[in-house]
Design a protein around this ligand. Structure first.
Ligand SMILES: C[S@@+](CC[C@H](N)C(=O)[O-])C[C@H]1O[C@@H](n2cnc3c(N)ncnc32)[C@H](O)[C@@H]1O
Length: 228
């Protein structure tokens, strides 16, 4: 359809990207694996690390959704949302306030408790499930919307596509390789290559895409729809 595929490439020089988020990312994703005797992937140590990170009154990723989600919420079909690696719930709770029926999955029960508290703060309800996404299998053709921000597990993408209902929409955002200039030592395997999100969601219709460099963070975002 005309005008449906809008690709936006932004380059900004300043941003409100939460500094606490970057700090906890550094602790969670960079220093954690370096000091851990276990491989970073798969999971008991991830669970402990993220439970520790989230053991603070403060919302380390903030309480506001990522701007890309807020800017494009009108493009989402109303209905069920699955928030993968929901964390403290900033995105899922925002969608619940917009009338979506939200389920969040995360390996950290501490994060999900904070997500539930955030939902209560807004007077909405969400469902949460503690699970390791490296083991968990998503049910096919089930969700109207799937969101996944700042959690990169490449082998999850075929499942994301399959778990969307026909006409369902995926929203994904995470750091790109350029982010290494702001956090040298950030593990490359957790960073997106140029245009990689377009490849990972191949087969879906891309409605929005952006690659952003804010001057203190570099990330890419995509919103793409499964064919009906
Ligand atoms: C950087 S946080 C992002 C949280 C949230 N998506 C956001 O943007 O605010 C990464 C999240 O991934 C979760 N996580 C890490 N490994 C996981 C796994 N194997 N299965 C499920 N969640 C996992 C962590 O608990 C953490 O909440």
């Amino acid at each position: 359809m005309k005008n449906e595929s809008r690709f936006t490439f932004l380059s900004k020089t300043s941003s409100q990207f939460p500094k606490a988020f970057l700090l906890f990312f550094l602790v969670g994703y960079v220093l954690g694996p370096i000091f851990s005797p276990f491989p970073a992937k798969g999971a008991p140590q991830d669970k402990e690390r993220w439970n520790r990170n989230y053991q603070t009154q403060e919302y380390i990723s903030g309480k506001e959704p990522v701007p890309f989600l807020k800017e494009n919420v009108e493009l989402l079909p109303k209905g069920t949302v699955l928030d993968l690696a929901m964390g403290e719930g900033r995105n899922g709770v925002y969608l619940a306030t917009k009338g979506f029926e939200v389920t969040g999955i995360d390996i950290s029960e501490t994060g999900l408790r904070k997500a539930e508290a955030l939902a209560a703060e807004h007077g909405v309800k969400i469902s949460t499930k503690v699970a390791d996404l490296e083991q968990y299998k998503l049910k096919a053709n089930t969700y109207d919307v799937i969101i996944c921000t700042y959690y990169l597990q490449r082998d999850l993408f075929p499942q994301i596509i399959s778990a969307l209902k026909p006409g369902g929409v995926a929203v994904v955002e995470t750091f790109t390789l350029d982010h290494q200039k702001y956090q040298p030592g950030f593990r490359q395997e957790y960073l997106l290559k140029p245009n990689e999100l377009l490849t990972l969601l191949k087969g879906l219709t891309v409605l929005r895409y952006q690659a952003v460099d804010t001057g203190n963070a570099a990330y890419a975002s995509i919103l793409a729809r499964k064919p009906s």
